[in-house]
Design a protein around this ligand. Structure first.
Ligand code: TXA
Ligand code: MG
Length: 323
């Protein structure tokens, strides 16, 4: 049995000892190991993730971007502006890596993805690690799900998905339900202007406002495999539909939509959100509910609008539907 705890001290101790700690963040739960420790290899085993797939390094603050033990080098001014505005928070920057970063973290690329998460328990873990390791500690952590599956937004999701793969010395830090519910916005900061590699709650207008630059829509040559066509998928088959197609949906099918969409007779309502925040917050739990309830087919009507969160939801649903 993997140990569930609410103690940041226990989670930090497990990491220092080379074990894994599942950490709550404001986006989704992450499967963490010290980024320059021996636990990194086990992340790939437990997740069942291909080794060329790079990991985000989580740090306590922007101080980890500079100095002798930094995780990055040559961080451009616009990336620093983003970090100043949005850390701690659901923003990941991709920047040139320092010599501290190993190929195991980056999948051999010369860039590294960095984020400072906002969840108070995980901030406490990162602060403790800074003190214990006498450095700007880094915790490599992908979302704490099996590769290609739905990300976890509660500690119980993680226990169910990864319990069979974790060791008794690994810990799950239970920080309740994740606030945002979808993964961080990833911004490629290796060019002259920011480029979005994965949409999240911090949207294009936010990024343009803070940097004073246009977000480039040129294809990035940075490889972000979270951009794989098929990802975030439950066992159930997911289809994105328009509200006008709802009349053709069969009995027993699951429905994910805003609350202004009525539930047709014999359809299983999995999510009914009053706003886009609630949609994101509950989306992954709804996809998991489908599997729990034995619903084999799900239809989703994506929210309208071009906020970061609406973009992120459409992105995740499109990938879930591609599986
Ligand atoms: O909200 C989040 O970002 C969560 C929490 C736990 O922090 N983490 C997360 O990690 O979603 P993961 O591994 O499931 O997704 C990270 C994405 C992957 O698509 C990966 O390809 C991309 O970040 N990535 C990591 N390093 C990269 C790099 N150097 N260049 C481009 N993309 C990178
Ligand atoms: Mg993931």
């Amino acid at each position: 049995m993997t140990h569930l705890t609410q103690s940041p001290r226990e989670a930090a101790a497990a990491l220092v000892d080379g074990y894994l700690a599942v950490l709550p963040t404001e986006t989704v739960y992450g499967l963490g190991a010290l980024a320059d420790g021996t636990g990194v290899g086990r992340i790939f085993e437990v997740k069942g993730r291909p080794e060329w797939h790079p990991l985000i390094v989580h740090v306590s603050s922007a101080a980890a971007l500079g100095g002798a033990d930094a995780w990055a080098r040559d961080v451009p001014a616009f990336a620093r502006a983003l970090v100043k505005a949005f850390w701690p928070g659901p923003l990941t920057i991709v920047v040139p890596r320092s010599t501290r970063v190993t190929d195991a973290i980056t999948g051999g690329q010369d860039t590294v993805a960095l984020r400072s998460p906002a969840h108070p328990l995980t901030r406490e873990v990162l602060r403790k690690l800074d003190i214990t390791t006498r450095s700007h500690a880094g915790v490599a952590a992908p979302s704490a799900n099996r590769h290609g599956a739905v990300s976890p937004t509660t500690a119980n999701h993680v226990a169910r998905d990864l319990g069979a793969y974790l060791s008794p010395r690994d810990v799950i830090l239970d920080g309740g339900v994740c606030d945002v519910g979808v993964e961080s916005t990833i911004v490629d900061c290796t060019g002259v202007a920011p480029r979005i590699l994965r949409p999240g709650s911090i949207g294009i207008p936010d990024i343009e406002h803070v940097t004073g630059l246009h977000v480039s829509d040129e294809a990035s040559d940075v490889r972000a495999p979270g951009g794989l066509a098929a990802h975030y998928a439950p066992n159930a088959r997911v289809r994105l539909i328009n509200e006008s197609e709802l009349g053709n949906v069969d009995a027993g099918v699951g429905l994910i939509a805003m609350s202004n969409v009525a539930t047709p007779a014999h359809v299983v309502r999995l999510l009914s959100a009053n706003d886009v925040q609630a949609y994101a917050h509950n989306l992954y739990a709804a996809l998991r509910d489908a599997d729990q309830q034995g619903v084999t087919d799900v239809v989703a009507i994506a929210p309208e609008g071009n906020t970061g969160l609406a973009d992120a939801i459409r992105d995740r649903l499109t990938r879930a539907a591609a599986s």
